[in-house]
Design a protein around this ligand. Structure first.
Ligand code: ARG
Length: 217
């Protein structure tokens, strides 16, 4: 229920912000950038990009009376495209971070989430996040999972980070033993573990965070 209220508020506030930015101009489309390998927030179903973020932005487009255009791009290109005006908004399960906040503006948060650690089901070595020291960690490039592990572990010489353009590629690398664990957001982690056999999620989360939609400052 709290999440629903947050989503409705985010839609209303975004619609007014986007109207300030584009009402009066002749544009009749709202172009959003996302990375559609992130169920349930955005994923491809029967050749169409669907998910929570798409539903939110459909409502915003409806309120503005414009057509929604959804582009599937690499996650790490989204804030730059929004900043440069190529995209009107980024809707991609995007975590509010201080660094991103300098580049783009964020809506109010619409979901409180966590970063989860996925390991092979028979992994006895990594039982808590502390056990990632000395390991190779798979992440989606440019995500907070990537940033946190880079700052906390790789920059300190404590672990290696392997970056993939898709979360599912990081999970494939885990299955084939190229990486020891994968750090990814909680709901996508659950979806990936459900879709792939032989994997499990650690009980302790790596970090807590909030999602918001980003727009040009
Ligand atoms: N919440 C994380 C971040 O903001 C990951 C988001 C990845 N989203 C996606 N659509 N692939 O960095």
């Amino acid at each position: 229920m709290k999440k629903m209220i947050a989503i409705v508020l985010a839609v209303l506030m975004l619609a007014s912000v986007m109207c300030l930015a584009s009402c009066g101009k002749k544009e009749d489309t709202l172009t959003i950038y996302t990375e559609a390998g992130f169920a349930p927030y955005e994923f491809v179903y029967e050749n169409e990009i669907v998910g929570v973020d798409i539903e939110i932005m459909k409502k915003v487009a409806e309120k503005l009376g414009v057509e929604l255009v959804v582009e599937d791009v690499n996650f790490d290109s989204i804030t730059g495209a929004v900043k440069g005006g190529k995209a009107d908004a980024g809707a991609a399960g995007m975590t509010i971070t201080a660094e991103r906040d300098e580049e783009v503006d964020f809506s109010i948060p619409y979901a409180s989430t966590e970063q989860y650690v996925i390991v092979k089901a028979d992994n006895a070595e990594i039982a808590t996040v502390e056990n990632m020291v000395g390991k190779t960690i798979g992440v989606q490039q440019g995500t907070t999972g990537d940033l946190y592990c880079t700052w906390d572990l790789e920059d300190a010489g404590l672990a290696t980070v392997d970056r993939y353009s898709k979360g599912s590629d990081a999970v494939q690398a885990l299955k084939t033993g190229k990486v020891d664990c994968v750090i990814i957001d909680n709901e996508p982690a659950k979806a990936l573990v459900a879709a792939n056999s032989g994997l499990k999620i650690l009980e302790t989360a790596y970090a807590n965070e909030d999602y918001a939609i980003c727009v040009k400052k």
